[in-house]
Design a protein around this ligand. Sequence first.
Ligand SMILES: Cc1ncc(C[n+]2csc(CCOP(=O)(O)OP(=O)(O)O)c2C)c(N)n1
Ligand SMILES: [Mg+2]
Length: 326
Amino acid sequence: MDNDVMMYRTMCLIRRYEDCMAEIYTEGKTPLFSIAAGTVPGEMHLAAGQEPVAVGVIRHLRSDDAVTAPHRPHHFAIAKGVDLGRMTAEIFGRRTGLSQGKGGHMHLFDPQTHFSCSGIVGAGFPPAVGAALAFMKQGRDNVAVAFAGEGAANQGTFHESLNLAALWKAPVVFVIEDNHYAISVPKAQSTAISHNSERAQAYSIPGVYVSGNDVLAISEAAQEAVTRARQGHGPTLLEVETTRLYGHFQGDAEAYLNAGEKESWRQWDPIRRFRAELMDRQMLSEEQDERIQAAVNQQVDDAVRFARESHEPEADEALRDVFAEA
Ligand SMILES: Cc1ncc(C[n+]2csc(CCOP(=O)(O)OP(=O)(O)O)c2C)c(N)n1
Ligand SMILES: [Mg+2]
């Protein structure tokens, strides 16, 4: 399969997964919206609309390169190749999950694909620099990528991490997803400059803003940043414009959005645009697209079935693998 069609396929897989999670999330939470109840205990932050960021960057990574992700992690985990069944089981709190169901959707850890994420905003930057430092010490040419939202770029960890990574010429790429909001707070009300990429100047590293939520433009910028890191020339800061098609979390009434804002994002759907572009370039046919849709639906169905059929942990396992008094 052509590389661009592969990226399209992964974007479709992510979208199908997020749409499916949106549906499943409501199971058992009616009539009262009880966050702990139902198939998916806890909060749920979906990344539909943000697929190009994950796919455009991660296509340049190897399986032993490291990725740290934020509280909205599914698109990154899927693009990095985390097992969909074990990830879904983790989200459902099942024993077969990546962390035996103890982490949930914001804490997906997978040593096999070198993927981790955290519900603490800004927490992924320092471990990405740590991973990069380890790669340098081991003489390996691996790269670490830290993904986070534009809200996270106002945290101290972001600036501390950029500083050390620049000083050490560490093989890290920092990728900020500018989806315009941190919960309900627009970027213009939290951030002193219009593009976080400009902050790279303070650390003498390249900073690039990629507008348009366009997977090919993101991929091009990421290729340069990843190559630079892999060749030992140090970190790059990318900020990528994107859109969040669901609310901040499932259950968000989104009263803070302007009239028509959501509708314009939906019309600007990056998957629909990329599909039209591939068809124009005669790289994708209707039949091939149907086969792709059928295949990704099957993949998601299989993962959900595996998670549903998995057992919940036993009560006496609650203190296993966690910090606890003996
Ligand atoms: C240290 C910390 N402060 C506050 C929160 C609460 N919180 C969760 S998500 C979020 C907004 C994050 O916005 P952004 O970084 O833009 O990511 P997005 O949700 O837009 O993907 C906040 C403030 C948190 N989880 N951790
Ligand atoms: Mg944001």
